[in-house]
Design a binder for this molecule. Sequence first.
Ligand code: FES
Ligand SMILES: [Fe+2]
Length: 405
Amino acid sequence: MIERIEKNVRAEIARFDRGEHPVDFPPLPEIPAGRYVDPDFFALEQQNIWSKSWLFAGHVDELPGKGDFKLWRDAGSPIVIIRDQSGEIKGFFNTCRHRGGPLVREDHGTTKSLLCKYHCWNFDLDGRLLYVPDEHEFPGLDKSAHGLIPVKIALWGNWIFANLDPDAGPLEEFLGPLRQEMDDLGPDRLRLVEKHSFDIACNWKVAVDAFQEVYHLKHIHPATVNAALDHRGASMTLYSGGHSRMIVPHRDGSAARLSEKSDGTVRTSAPEHRITSSTSRAYNIFPNVVTPTAEFEWPSLIFWPTSIGTCRMDVWWWGQSDDCDPTTELWQTRLANFDTILGEDMENLGWVQESMETPGFTGVPLSYQERRIYNFHEAVDEMIGADLIPRNHAVPKLMKPFIET
Ligand code: FES
Ligand SMILES: [Fe+2]
């Protein structure tokens, strides 16, 4: 795969410099404007994407001990994600089976049981209903049928994913080839270093689109990303389900970059990581994870709609256990530098959304360099279901011949 990617990068640069469009790649129909601004389309997404997809829900370092929990609201419903007595991570709707009281009211905490404060029904960490005050006043109440309603939880290494659909297939199936392909990044070694968030004044898809191409580097990031990456060599791989990969070569050629540590020493990149260390290797995990990667330290961006015209971007930083204190000077610089780049994107995106909400915006013509965006939008339609998508907002299926399985 490494050799194939390196060959693709060279071929893309050569083709670009000849000024040729790839002969077998079709011109893409415009992405309809309404997908970004129509409240009906937004409602379809709410009902069909966030309630059916496997969604990034956090990292095991947030729940190190038995009984540690977090209240996770990003998918719309309040869900308690908790480490049970056996050490396994479970998810439940934060909804008591009596009259709907919440089990937990804090964003993070530790508890021995899930106790509803309304009338004191008490559930164990596996969701079983243990105790009902004045139980004799509920004749025939079957406690075993009134456990908490579970939410599916699965791990990719140390990342926690959740799915609100009780009929959802396994996470491995959802991630497809990504699951295996990203395994060399050592997902079970990744430690959570830091997390912070930004509110962005645009539709969540405007933000996700912006992180799927490098066509904008010269114009939005002239002194930062553009100085480091050569957009001509962008080699993109489309996967089914809207996932994708993008490899962009460093301008300084293939020399492996060293990773500095807070104690002043440096890590040397392993030869089998020569792609990861000599290019920008990034993934999109449908629907809302955008992640550059690196051999040792890297950030992931997770986008959540907060309204039709606004979203929140969570920036999660991963590192290795021997250097994951975010207060060190090196980490502070690393975080600040990346936020500077994100600031360049965010400043632009607010303006884009404002323009999109006018009659001056009629649709998005995409180039070959923006084909990951098209693949992502096809998956949005697939998730919502072809019969529900209004005809004038649909994205015709075209990427199938270009998808790697
Ligand atoms: S609502 Fe939870 S005990 Fe009554
Ligand atoms: Fe950007």
